[in-house]
Design a protein. Structure first.
Length: 452
């Protein structure tokens, strides 16, 4: 339903196949037209001092006019005039008239600067000629639109592969996200916001992708400027369906074990699991694994999965093998681990943050099935990093009353997302400690404390 709504609203979306190991390329619809709505744009039209109009065109059988892009010198006189659109019979007269215009100089930091304006001149009657000056951003640091007069479009230089969530790779589901972001003067992306998405997995994939994109920046007369984008990203997986996950309602990705990721070690694990009549996982068994960490991480993820009752009735015993490969690790996680190998740590002080961390999305917390018969309570503390778009990255167990609680807590944190953090209005990252309490399902639902 949401996908049809997005397609109808934006008129274009393209799905790509040819994905390998859950990775793929995405083509997206272009940015929304009109004035950018990213904060920072304070466009004001230069004020005209003298604006002579062309003589009425007596031979006009209907409305005639011209839309012109005007380049203004610092002293307010017109430098050049570009024709955006014009009636053939009035083009030359409109350009000649506007070249004689004078504007009040646009002032920035105490001095006049060159500026632009978009001018429309229309003859609506035998002697009725009207002109309008449309607002355009002119001051340094303002945000522009890609289709704005005088702006050369940015060119995508680094377009990384998309890392698709397991739920998409398992069932070949199409996911779509509407993303708004800015391309800065250095070609990096900023102010990334997913406005609509078909799933939480789509949100995470879109944020991870856009953060890594790099552009040749947009320019106005060779001067790099910021442009605002709004895009519809659509993508799907062409991987073969995973039989063990048929009928899945909710499948979270297992967290890549911290120590294995730090060592850049790849591996795999296979888990056999059974479903109850409602499609919930009621037991798990580790069949094989290349390292105990991979097995524990996969078991914790599987214990949070759910399936339809119909799927459970058709196949209540299943076996799933998961390959832990570095190419499936989010880009921010790879960057953070590379920095850690160099002895660099993300700051852990919340001092100076513009707002406290606030969770925007959090998956359910599963009580370990292996402990159900013991009905024990427990706790775990997880350290992780909130990256610059709010995704929880590289979770690791600081302490846990039982190892099973530690892995279950890591699985929860691995799927969390926060409102992006800023210091002084600039994106920042933060290392936090997250305490989590477990109670047996019959006693109480598991609860999680606030990050601090």
């Amino acid at each position: 339903m949401l996908m049809n709504t997005l397609i109808n609203r934006f008129g274009l979306w393209i799905v790509l196949g040819s994905l390998l190991l859950g990775l793929g390329r995405v083509w997206a619809a272009g940015p929304a037209s009109g004035q950018p709505d990213i904060p920072g744009c304070a466009a004001m039209p230069p004020k005209t001092i003298d604006a002579p109009l062309p003589a009425p065109l007596a031979s006009a059988k209907g409305p005639v006019g011209a839309k012109l892009g005007v380049w203004i010198k610092p002293d307010g006189t017109v430098d050049t005039v570009d024709v955006i659109a014009a009636s053939d019979e009035w083009r030359d007269a409109a350009v000649a008239a506007v070249k004689r215009w004078r504007f009040a100089p646009v002032v920035f930091e105490g001095g006049p600067i060159a500026a632009r304006a978009e001018v429309e001149i229309v003859q609506v009657g035998p002697k009725d000629i009207r002109s309008t000056v449309s607002p355009l951003p002119n001051l340094p640091g303002e945000v522009h639109s890609e289709d704005e007069f005088g702006v050369t479009r940015p060119l995508l230089k680094v377009d990384p592969d998309i890392i698709l969530p397991l739920m998409v790779r398992a069932n070949g589901r199409e996911i779509v996200a509407v993303v708004k972001y800015a391309i800065l003067e250095d070609g990096l992306t900023d102010k990334i916001e997913v406005q609509e998405a078909s799933s939480e997995g789509a949100v995470r994939s879109a944020l991870d992708l856009i953060t890594e994109r790099k552009y040749q920046p947009a320019k106005i007369r060779e001067l790099p400027v910021i442009v605002a984008y709004r895009q519809v990203l659509g993508f799907t997986s062409s991987d073969p369906r995973i039989d063990a996950l048929s009928g899945a309602l909710d499948v979270v990705d297992p967290a890549y074990p911290f120590e294995r990721l730090l060592a850049e070690e790849e591996g795999n694990a296979t888990v056999r699991f059974t479903l109850d009549a409602k499609g919930r996982v009621k037991s798990t068994e580790l069949v094989e694994t290349s390292h105990a960490d991979f097995g524990a991480a996969l078991i914790a993820a599987v214990e949070s999965w759910s399936f339809s009752a119909e799927a459970a009735a058709a196949q209540n015993v299943r076996e799933y093998r998961h390959d832990f490969t570095l190419v499936r690790v989010p880009y921010a996680a790879r960057r953070l681990m590379a920095a850690l190998r160099e002895g660099k740590k993300t700051p852990s002080s919340a001092a100076g943050l513009d707002a406290r961390p606030k969770a925007a999305a959090r998956p359910g917390l599963a009580y370990p099935t292996s402990l159900l018969g013991q009905s024990v309570s427990g706790t775990a503390k997880i350290e992780f990093v909130i990256d610059r778009v709010g995704l929880a990255q590289v979770p690791r167990v600081i302490e846990a009353s039982r190892p099973e609680f530690g892995w279950a807590a890591v699985t929860l944190v691995n799927g969390m997302r926060f409102d992006p953090l800023t210091r002084g209005g600039k994106p920042t990252e933060l290392r936090v400690i997250f305490p989590i309490a477990f109670e047996p399902p019959k006693a109480a639902e598991p609860v999680a404390a606030d990050a601090h």
